[in-house]
Design a protein around this ligand. Structure first.
Ligand code: NAD
Length: 277
């Protein structure tokens, strides 16, 4: 079947997730509805928000206003660090569900491991209860390191469906991606465009020019071909559409290898070992 913006990855519990999603970090609550209508018009059906983004009510309004059938949409939200713990997770989940105006969340993630706080196992067990109750279709984590995933696998029942991590050509996360592949965990890329830094890379620019595409389109294409779920963010209508227009071309192996060689372990966001501790 031809690959399109509706193409999905199958998570380890059988749930399908559209591989390309729309990230809404830093889109204000009062404008996110409009950005979502642009995204829906461009074909996106997967939305990535979080309690800490402060825009869940706006996302909920946008979903309601779109008139799209609920089953066509895939909605991810995330539990913020100060809500880790059993009872606080259940409460925070209910709040997110209410703010989004939904009956169930497609994917609920622990936003950061905060390893020194030692609460993510207890938090995960609460998420397993919500999954069993049918309030979430899949549960996952974000910013987990290999050792955090090993702890979860050893001490809990459900293998995370997803680990959403910072991932772009300057931070390729090979060790984590290999661990995910070995354990059936989908890799989801946040800051897939490297928050600007990588957009000016000369190798990416040359590959983009050769295809008559933009650097952003080449990077999204690279993620798709690696098998990552990818959630670029923009609030500019032309860029929202541009980032969705990535299915009419492909990168040959030689170009995939050139991009692989750009890795330099460059984090643009916080370090999961210390953030939120
Ligand atoms: P991104 O890589 O998607 O975008 C970076 C910047 O590139 C944006 O500011 C945008 O202005 C610009 N841009 C977008 N499209 C462009 C285009 N076609 N041409 C030129 N510039 C373009 O970075 P992001 O917003 O940090 O990450 C994407 C999503 O990932 C977020 O919206 C959020 O949903 C998620 N995220 C998750 C975490 C986490 O801890 N789990 C952290 C950060 C972001």
């Amino acid at each position: 079947m031809t690959e399109t913006i509706a193409s999905t990855l199958t998570l380890n519990n059988g749930v399908a997730i559209p591989q390309l999603g729309f990230g809404v970090y830093q889109i204000p609550n009062d404008t996110v509805d409009g950005a979502l209508q642009d995204a829906f018009a461009a074909g996106y059906r997967h939305i990535d928000t979080a309690a800490i983004y402060g825009n869940e009510t706006g996302v909920g309004a946008g979903i309601a206003r779109s008139g799209l059938p609920r089953e066509e949409l895939f909605v991810t939200t995330k539990l913020w660090n100060d809500k880790q713990g059993h009872d606080s997770t259940l409460k925070a989940f209910d709040r997110s569900l209410r703010q989004l105006g939904l009956d169930a969340i497609d994917l609920y993630l622990i936003h950061w491991p905060c390893p020194a706080r030692g609460l993510f196992v207890e938090t995960w067990k609460a998420m397993e209860e919500l999954l069993a109750a049918g309030k979430i279709r899949a549960i996952g984590v974000s910013n987990f390191r290999v050792q955090d995933l090993e702890t979860l696998l050893a001490e809990t029942e459900v293998v995370p469906a997803v680990n959403q991590i910072e991932l772009h050509p300057y931070l390729q996360q090979e060790e984590l991606r290999a661990f995910h592949a070995e354990h059936g965990i989908a890799t989801e890329a946040w800051s897939p465009l490297g928050r600007g830094a990588v957009l000016d890379d000369p190798v990416i620019a040359r590959i983009a020019a050769a295809h008559g595409k933009s650097p952003a389109q080449v990077m999204i294409r690279w993620h798709l071909q690696l098998g990552n779920s990818v959630i670029p963010k923009s609030s500019t209508p032309a860029r929202i559409a541009e980032n969705a227009d990535v299915f009419g071309f492909s990168l040959p192996d030689a170009e995939m290898a050139e991009i692989a060689a750009l890795d330099r372990g460059l984090r643009t966001g916080p370090d999961p070992s210390t953030f939120g501790n």
